[in-house]
Design a protein around this ligand. Sequence first.
Ligand SMILES: [Zn+2]
Length: 125
Amino acid sequence: MTKAELEAYRRQLLALRDRLTKDVNHLTDEALGKGGIGSDNLSHMPIHMADLGSDNFEQENTLSLLRNEEERLQEIDDALERIERGTFGRCEECNQLIPKARLKEIPYARCCVSCARKLEQGLRP
Ligand SMILES: [Zn+2]
């Protein structure tokens, strides 16, 4: 992979990380219920049991979303580290080059498609 290509992936990863960090901050606020405070819709705060119920459900959703996004942020950080180390773009399992089409779609992919599939199935490649 050329330096220019690596730089392009690095920029893509940084932009993605930036966006995800903002999402995570927003979701954290939401999960903590900070959303409406300080705004002018305080009078619409839920007080009925039914509303509280759906609120909890939404909070659950927000929390699982948050966990996913945090995992993805970790993947991105790891990918940036691989760029620094010069191992970016190689499958961590079989050491083959990861196809560019895959990296374009998932720039933080750590395995080639066939290894990723095997790992998903819980098998060692
Ligand atoms: Zn592989």
